[in-house]
Design a protein around this ligand. Structure first.
Ligand code: HEC
Ligand code: HEC
Length: 563
């Protein structure tokens, strides 16, 4: 693959491909493409052999070309399958597609240790990615670098992927995969003679080969977990705080891999939510569910990872036009004895008294001495108690040291249950930077929920150091401030609104705005500012940088993996 083809020829090739797709002429994926650098993973499933084997020919060992040399997430397989339907002429029923994705995501999937570093990608989190120098900017200009990092292939297949990109997305030739014809500084030639795509392929085949120690250790213990029963759920929603509740998991008659779920969640402010849904667990650990809610949110998608011992799960339940809203969720199997989930508050000030709620399961009737919050905190009274919630009165010594406290009660321990502080030293706005998308007419609006979180400086009495103590979310007054990027910046007038009490940013509509100078659209960048009443009437402020941009026209989402 030398650089012999000018861009116009690539476009010609794309047209040919498009014509080929339009007439849907299936052509075999040649046996000559079997990689030799690593052994394949034989396909044993009858449906996969029947539906894919016509084009992806089997070798003597039962390896299907391409498919046996690729491993990826459920989302990755769903994406590959959709392209087979869209461009290559595959026909499948929804049931067959679900079976195929389940089989491939399980036996040609990732080990949990491989999936965890890129879990933010399937959980649809907006993160500042760490991009290896070898892939920057070659592989992260069009999609997240987590896209390639979610796949495992031998060198031949990584190389094939480059060719697939050049065929389908020929712009990659000029913008990413090859060095520009003229180096930026001709006096400093690059000592590395490899093209960017070669550097990427060398790195990917070394770092993300088909066979890895993690996967070899994992593949022999893959099984469908037995999840039925009662689970305790702890959730956190930015802007709303913690929720506690339970999920009952039951089997679905006639289905080996799907479970039915019923969840109740209560916000510490008192409001309740009920969800009913279904979930599929891929590869024994990758939970993908979908639930309908009794109130807002009306529907959530659940993306979680089960622990190896099958006793807990963690992930994100998401919703919104850009999946920008979510619960951070942790679930544990309900034990037979007492279990502690969390408190309604994250912190309490030294020298004060407060009433706190403890959420859990199977909580027995308690006396004040049954709860131990550690040095400087005394439980003076148990105000009320039910098996799932206990309310206690706490008194904190004026001299109590700033720092987190574990709660020990009923033979269980809740680590860092409560922070004690002498005073709030500063606040931070989460997220530290945000991305909102204009919308409302052609596409959905992309909102951002901000929240203000308080901190104490900790023993070194310096802000923003490792020993700082997180004191939890605090109510704030919200406003917007210009981020001076261009002369005469008028962004705050056009980008949208921040709700002064809830911290929810709602973007303006998309499209050219006749009210705005030069009919520009409503994009821009601003500071989002939170103001909190600090100690001694002194206001504390924190801010976050917000970019408001155009709608996302291309979606890389594979929502079908959730039932
Ligand atoms: C009608 C022919 C046809 C059928 C049926 C077919 N494929 Fe493909 N497949 C192709 C062709 C052609 C390519 C190479 C071009 C491409 O990647 O789109 C390909 C490539 C692939 C790749 C490589 C993609 C990559 O990321 O490099 C995967 C994975 C794949 N197919 C999976 C499947 C699975 C799974 C099935 C069965 C459910 C299937 N294919 C059925 C024709 C087919
Ligand atoms: C010019 C834009 C562009 C660049 C640059 C790019 N990609 Fe992609 N890539 C895409 C698009 C678009 C898709 C989605 C394909 C689809 O939906 O079928 C994709 C999909 C993928 C997939 C999923 C596999 C599949 O069969 O769909 C992988 C893996 C991937 N890219 C890896 C890479 C790597 C590695 C690099 C760097 C060497 C890279 N990409 C650079 C546009 C790009």
């Amino acid at each position: 693959m030398r650089r012999t083809r000018p861009l116009s020829d690539s476009l010609y090739l794309l047209t040919l491909l498009a014509l080929g797709a339009a007439t849907l002429v299936p052509f075999p994926v040649r046996a000559a493409t079997y990689p030799t650098s690593e052994p394949g993973i034989p396909v044993t499933d009858a449906v996969v052999k029947a539906k894919c084997g016509g084009c992806h020919q089997a070798d003597a060992a039962g390896n299907l070309s391409r498919i046996s040399w690729i491993r990826t997430t459920p989302e990755g397989w769903e994406e590959a399958l959709k392209r087979m339907v869209r461009l290559n002429g595959l026909t499948v029923t929804p049931e067959e597609a679900r079976h195929i994705v389940q089989y491939l995501a399980t036996y040609h999937g990732l080990a949990p240790e491989e999936a965890r570093p890129v879990s933010y990608f399937v959980e649809k989190r907006l993160v500042d990615e760490t991009v290896p120098a070898e892939l920057q900017p070659t592989c992260n200009t069009c999609h997240a670098v987590a896209q390639p990092m979610s796949w495992r292939r031998p060198k031949e297949e990584w190389t094939q992927l480059i060719k697939t990109h050049l065929g389908y997305f020929p712009v990659a030739e000029a913008t990413a995969f090859y060095r520009p014809p003229m180096p930026p500084d001709p006096s400093k030639p690059n000592p590395d003679k490899r093209e960017p795509w070669e550097i990427a392929v060398d790195y990917l085949s070394k770092t993300y080969p088909l066979h890895t120690p993690e996967w070899e250790a994992f593949r022999t213990s893959i099984r469908q977990p037995k999840l039925e029963g009662r689970w305790l759920v702890s959730a956190y929603k930015a802007g709303a705080g913690p929720y506690y509740g339970e999920m009952t998991i039951s089997s679905v008659p006639g289905s080996a891999d799907m479970v039915a779920t019923h969840t109740t969640l209560t916000a510490v402010s008192g409001s309740s939510l009920v969800f009913d849904g279904k979930a599929i667990v891929y590869a024994g650990y990758a939970w993908r569910g979908r639930s309908t809610g009794s109130a807002s949110p009306k529907e959530v998608r659940e993306v979680m990872m089960l622990s190896r011992d099958g006793q807990s799960a963690q992930g994100r339940w998401l919703w919104g036009g850009y999946q920008e809203f979510g619960f951070e969720v942790k679930m544990v199997r309900a034990p037979l004895g007492p279990a502690l989930q969390g408190l309604n508050t994250a912190s309490i000030r030294a020298g004060s008294e407060a009433t706190v709620d403890l959420y859990g399961a199977n909580l027995p009737a308690a006396k004040p001495t049954d709860l131990d919050f550690g040095a400087g905190v005394t439980v003076t009274q148990i105000v009320s108690s039910t098996p799932s919630r206990l309310t206690a009165r706490l008194k904190v010594d004026a001299s109590a040291q700033t720092g987190p406290r574990d709660l020990a009660a009923f033979g269980a321990v809740l680590p860092s249950a409560l922070a004690v502080y002498q005073h709030v030293d500063y606040i931070k706005v989460n997220p530290g930077w945000g991305l909102s998308r204009l919308g409302g007419t052609i596409g959905p609006k992309g909102f951002v929920q901000f929240e203000a979180v308080a901190y104490a400086n900790g023993p070194d009495n310096k802000p923003n150091t490792a020993d700082d103590v997180l004191l939890g979310p605090v109510p704030a007054k919200w406003s917007m401030k210009e981020f001076y990027a261009i002369y005469g910046d008028d962004d705050t007038k056009f980008v949208g609104n921040i709700d002064p009490s809830s911290g929810l940013f709602s973007p303006a509509g998309e499209g050219p705005d006749p009210e705005r100078k030069d009919m520009r659209n409503n994009y821009g960048d601003v500071w989002i500012v939170a103001t909190v009443d600090g100690p001694d009437g002194k206001a504390l402020t924190g801010q976050s940088y917000l970019v408001v941009t155009v709608p996302q026209y291309l979606r890389f989402d594979q929502p079908e993996v959730n039932p």
